[in-house]
Design a protein around this ligand. Sequence first.
Ligand SMILES: O=C(O)CCC(=O)C(=O)O
Ligand SMILES: [Fe+2]
Length: 397
Amino acid sequence: MPLRLPKKIRFLLEINTLYSYIFHRILVKIRTRFKLPPIYPYEDIYSFDTETQKILDQMKQAIPDHERGDNPAFNKNWKNVFDREDIAERVSSHIKQIAGNINIEATPAALTSLKDIGYVRLSHKNLNPDNVAQILHYLNHQKVYPSHIAHFAIQKPMAKEIIKKNHPFGSYDMQTILKAPFMAQLLSDKDVIGTITNYFGCLPTVSSINLFWSFTSSDGKAHGPQRFHRDIDDHKTCTMFINLTDTSEIEGAHCYVEKTHTYNRLKEVFSDSLNDNFPEDLNPFQKRLAPEDFFRLPLNGYSFDKLYDHFFRNHMVNLHGPAGTVLITDNYGIHKGMPPRNHDRLILWVSYALSVTHTVSASVKLQKRAAYSEIKDRIENNKINRYVLRNVIDFSH
Ligand SMILES: O=C(O)CCC(=O)C(=O)O
Ligand SMILES: [Fe+2]
């Protein structure tokens, strides 16, 4: 729907803190267009063990390319939320049939919380201070890419202290992350995989892992994903977040808008009467908003912070805790990271999807996976791990 001029201006003003983020993404696209080699270690294609490849071949037969996230024809521009949810059920039942009805237990309360409100705190998985200290010690010797995700870097990685002078974010590449203490164990945790398997109705695929710093800034401005948005990656998605620095209610928390992850849940918290005093200039559509409209906002829902505040103020939670706190969210629900004020914030994410590979959907070269031989003491080479972790661990090396 076309925006009228005053709305266009409002929109441009609303996204002013996103300009540098958007400009950065354009530079990434230009690099890719001109086939410039990536800054990060990469692979041209991922090869898999025979058993996993067989599963993938069967998935290719059963699920059309535009519904399967491992190829460039994958279509994330679903018509509407109903379409997304229908396709999700279809794809997940195919994967369940093909990859096996693998019986892994979920923590029932965790599953209920994910379904009902869109997130769960997995306190029994929290890392202890000694675990966190070992990870931070290891990272002290690793280089940091000047971007929010290593595969969007357009300059070489350097020491963190140098990167933080000019960039709001700094990240580590996948191999560096995988070799960090406890990472392999966390990624293959049966409880976590079981909870997500039950949430999706089929085995998940780890679509990306990322470990990144958000640096303190004197202006306190929110950059990129520090503004509310949805992650539009696949028909079903979840992310495990582990903060590796302390966060509080007012700094560094992960903010989540409860019950915005599915149509039915959003309907529960939606109140039509709020349309009555909703400022016209905040409404991108020429009509009163209905629950389904919150799933079709442009720009992945970025720049509508005031609109969310109007309709969902009472459902915004700031999820925080000491370093090591583990959280799983359905990251299709509206969320953002809160900028740190007093100390830099380090957070790990492990993203789960039905079939998407993050670098494929971002149209950049695949990040090089960690060789299994380098982490084999910490992770079992079994059928589930080989399938679920195929985009992050190369089990043939
Ligand atoms: O930093 C966070 O807590 C969230 C990051 C995020 O939502 C994103 O990168 O898409
Ligand atoms: Fe996000």
